[in-house]
Design a binder for this molecule. Structure first.
Ligand SMILES: Nc1nc2c(c(=O)[nH]1)N[C@H]1C(S)=C(S)[C@@H](COP(=O)(O)O)O[C@H]1N2
Ligand SMILES: [Mo]
Length: 376
């Protein structure tokens, strides 16, 4: 009795100047794990190493659970598709890099209080499913349609608003083929793992994670812009709580380094030996293909072009790069910076908004170069 949930008019909180990560953020961080950065070595992330983000609970969906996918709203005919119906449509497999829009949030000042990602909220998988445009064509998009709303089976409350997890896409993106949006039922050739949306999820190549609705059960064509919480309240770029804010959409360019050498357990600081060190990493952008990756081994004062890995023609997946470095005893700060064909690049100073969204500040990796006898 007397308990009240937070209110939607209460803005998401910013941490006080010296405030550390709290117990609520720790609880989110243990549920929503990141990619161990050494797994950047894999072209395709093994499923258990792919980052996970789930706002509420992971639904319990035993294998034989009926899962009719409903297509309704402004359509000529409502469809209810079971697993066999979906398998009867053409099947497409696409390699896609997913990144959470909040990646990098915990490094911001002031720090938005939410899932405290450093830089590891990313992963790449081969997603298999049915092109969404084929399902919408089968249902027949009616006149006046402007957006398509996707509803997941998970349910929770967020800043006082009880809701199913829902997100919308503009109609042209939903019916388009570049990117080809998928209703996916497999990840890396196996049924979706529970945490990644079993049995069905949306995949929107090039868009930040929030668009890829998991545990997808309903697709609704609407004739008004969708105003659900995850669209109109969350996932907007705001500097002040009452800004309307721009919506978060496509992934900004980012490069990450495979951590070189070996780590210190507590600080995660990297230790390397003097001599040649092959620096390697990944770079991606959902806006335009990555055209350049630069590396700095002196904390961003000077930059050298990295060498791109062979292009496998995977537009929506990260691309590898490498750079040979000769480590000398002492402390170094390594960093990498991606630029895409649209001219977007990574800032050296933090881009800041209240949600910490779409912030692609360059990664800084402190490295200690030590001789075998432990001297620098
Ligand atoms: N139904 C549902 N879909 C969801 C979410 C969710 O909480 N519920 N989280 C979204 C967010 S914010 C991200 S970053 C991605 C994460 O996908 P992954 O866990 O498969 O990596 O799923 C998105 N889809
Ligand atoms: Mo996310």
């Amino acid at each position: 009795m007397g308990h009240r949930l937070a209110d939607v008019s209460t803005p998401a909180r910013l941490a006080a100047p010296q405030e550390g990560i709290g117990r609520d953020e720790l609880a989110l961080a243990t549920r929503n794990h990141g990619l161990p950065l050494e797994a950047l070595r894999h072209d395709v992330t093994p499923p258990g190493l792919h980052y996970v983000l789930t706002h509420y609970d992971i639904p319990y969906v035993p294998d034989d659970t009926p899962w009719p996918l409903t297509l309704n709203g402004r359509v000529r005919r409502t469809l209810r598709l079971d697993r066999a119906d979906l398998r009867a449509f053409p099947q497409v497999t696409t390699r896609v890099t997913l990144e959470c829009a909040g990646n990098g949030r915990a490094l911001l000042t002031p720090r938005p209080v939410s899932q405290p990602w450093l830089v590891e909220a990313v992963g790449t998988a081969e997603w298999t499913g049915v092109p969404l445009r084929l399902l919408l064509a089968e249902a027949g998009v009616g006149p006046g349609a402007v957006e398509v709303v996707f509803t997941g089976a998970d349910h929770g409350v967020e800043r006082g608003v009880e809701q199913d997890y829902q997100r919308a896409l503009p109609l042209d993106v939903a019916v388009g083929s570049d990117p080809e949006v998928l209703v996916a039922y497999a990840m890396n050739g196996a049924p979706l793992p529970p945490q990644h949306g079993r049995p069905l999820r949306l995949i929107v190549p090039g868009w930040y994670g929030m668009a890829h609705v998991k545990w997808l059960r309903e697709i609704t064509v609407v004739d008004e812009p969708f105003t659900g919480f995850q669209q109109a309240v969350a996932y907007r770029l705001r500097r002040d709580p009452d800004d309307e804010g721009e919506p978060v959409t496509r992934i900004a360019p980012r490069a990450l380094l495979v951590p070189p050498g070996f780590p210190d357990f507590m600080s995660r600081a990297r230790v390397v030996r003097p001599g040649p060190v092959a620096l390697e990493g990944r770079a991606w952008s959902g806006r335009a293909p990555v055209t350049r990756v630069e590396v700095s081994t002196d904390g961003g004062r000077t930059w050298r072009d990295a060498e791109p890995a062979p292009d496998h023609g995977q537009r929506w997946a990260w691309r590898g790069w490498r750079h040979d470095w000769t480590a000398t005893p002492g402390e170094h700060v390594l960093t990498a910076r991606a630029t895409d064909a649209g001219g977007d690049t990574q800032p050296l100073d933090q881009p800041w908004n209240r949600g910490g969204f779409a912030n692609n500040l360059v990664q800084r990796v402190p490295v200690l170069c030590l001789d075998e006898d432990g001297t620098a």
